[in-house]
Design a protein around this ligand. Structure first.
Ligand code: ABU
Length: 464
């Protein structure tokens, strides 16, 4: 084991050194992947020397997500205290279903969940669990909503016609989950969003009324804290009364930006979170732990038991349910995702988590200010968001993002809202500083200048 840990350490120190001058790994077209790297598996073992060579090549060829060149998805960076927790979780290799199998780590998970519930403002009836990602926490909310509306669905299946409501700009897991839990994709109602990407109450009211007339049972409203493209926050309080009136479960999908909970300055964006039935967020997004670290919290933990507990005499053999966390989990075997969040939180304190959130909004302000002060750019997104959506010199965002990627220059993606396509730049890596943000724009501009021939719309502008 010592030799293996040394090898890990050496390879990783070399990668860290390389990342200082090369923030993006060399582009390998997917069609060339298996010709470029030897990923084969053989019957015979490898020599240690060859093994190290192969591992190094793989590591150095992998997409770099912790550098100031990566803005493509809703995560980034490398938080060392959280990494320590995750490395420990790998080495300890517990499964979080029972106290017997995970011991003290159960206390770690329970402590994180209790503290989050306290910050939300929920009492001791509240609770939560970790799941493998935001799609899964959204799925769990839908299952709990279904089981509350049709209490015997988990035993006899579904014969009622249920409907779920979600923003037209919400996460793509909602229709997938409706299929998984027997509600059906066709029974997802897409509520209109306004130009800011926020859910519209009038549209929701209309859809619910139509469904009631047609004999459907409205079951779940999925609100979003940080839509995937614009980073918009639905106004929670506007929707509570109508959902109470119709006994609709309210879930707040905060996978992207629900972590504003930790910031005094930005928690107003989820004002009313204490009123929802369930709330999820991904600490691997704004908090910056390694993937994955997805939490779902419920105002009344009885719903977790109602939907997810199942007897298993070969598993639950000692201790109280409060310590056998498999009773409230969707999964059976479950890795210890709480420890990385706990090591970080324990190390920097709640004010440290707050600082991590605030940095991202500050970096977003830097980006927006740069765009607003530069006439070559058009801004499409709004303040109070860490997604900055823009176009540069009327260049196709699809072409620009793709060429930046294929030339190993920058990793950034595109999105659209109200039929306008744009680059989506996210300031989610709290280890970046304002200069990194300005460097992003400088790199993009230099790339365009040096590659005018690649952009037909620009060539036309130059040649008239
Ligand atoms: N839930 C992951 C969203 C990924 C993205 O929009 O970048």
């Amino acid at each position: 084991m010592e030799k293996t840990l040394e090898l890990f350490s050496q390879i990783f120190m070399d990668l860290l050194e390389d990342e200082k001058t090369k923030s993006v790994s060399s582009y390998i077209p997917s069609s060339e992947l298996f010709n470029t790297l030897d990923l084969s598996l053989a019957k015979a073992p490898m020599s240690e020397v060859d093994f190290e060579k192969v591992i190094r090549e793989l590591v150095f060829a992998t997409t770099r997500t912790a550098t100031s060149g990566f803005f493509n998805q809703l995560f980034g960076g490398r938080n060392e205290k959280a990494i320590l927790g995750d490395l420990l979780a790998v080495m300890l290799n517990n499964s979080m279903y029972t106290y017997k199998a995970a011991g003290a780590q159960i206390g770690v998970e329970a402590t994180v969940l209790r503290n989050v519930c306290d910050i939300i403002g929920w009492d001791e009836n509240s609770g939560g669990t970790f799941a493998a990602g935001g799609s899964m926490t959204n799925f769990m909310s839908m299952l709990m909503a279904r089981d509350r509306v049709v209490s015997d669905a988990r035993n006899v299946g579904l014969s009622d016609k249920l409907t779920v409501y979600t923003s037209e700009v919400s996460h793509y897991s909602i229709p997938k989950n409706a299929a998984f839990c027997g509600i059906g994709r066709d029974n997802v109602r897409y509520v209109k969003a306004d130009k800011f990407g926020k859910l519209r109450l009038d549209s929701l009211q209309k859809l619910i009324e139509e469904d009631l007339v047609n004999g459907f049972k409205p079951t779940l409203l999925n609100l979003t804290a940080g839509t995937t493209v614009l980073g918009a926050f639905d106004s929670i309080k506007d929707f509570i009364d109508i959902c109470k009136k119709h006994n609709i479960w309210v879930h707040l999908d905060g996978a992207y930006c629900g972590s504003v909970l930790f910031s005094e300055k930005y928690k107003h964006l989820i004002d009313g979170v204490e009123l929802v039935d369930s709330f999820s967020f991904n600490a691997h997004k704004m908090i910056g732990t390694p993937l994955s670290c997805s939490l779902i919290l419920v105002r009344d933990k009885v719903h977790l038991y109602d939907s997810f507990s199942n007897d298993a005499s070969y598993l639950y053999q000692t201790d109280h349910d409060d310590f056998n966390l498999g009773k409230t989990s969707l999964q059976c075997g479950r890795r210890n995702d709480a420890l990385k969040f706990w090591t970080l939180w324990r190390s920097v304190g709640t004010i440290g988590l707050e600082a991590i959130i605030d940095v991202q909004f500050n970096l977003a302000d830097v980006a927006r200010e740069y765009i607003r002060n530069n006439s070559d750019y058009t801004l499409y997104s709004y303040d109070d968001s860490i997604s900055i959506c823009f176009n540069y010199k009327d260049i196709s965002p699809v072409a620009l993002c793709t060429l930046l990627y294929e030339h190993s220059t920058l990793l950034v993606g595109y999105g659209s809202h109200e039929n306008v396509e744009f680059i989506r730049f996210v300031t989610i890596n709290a280890q970046n500083n304002p200069q990194d943000i300005l460097n992003f724009f400088a790199t993009l501009e230099q790339f365009v200048e040096e590659n005018v021939a690649l952009f037909p719309s620009l060539k036309d502008q130059i040649t008239g």
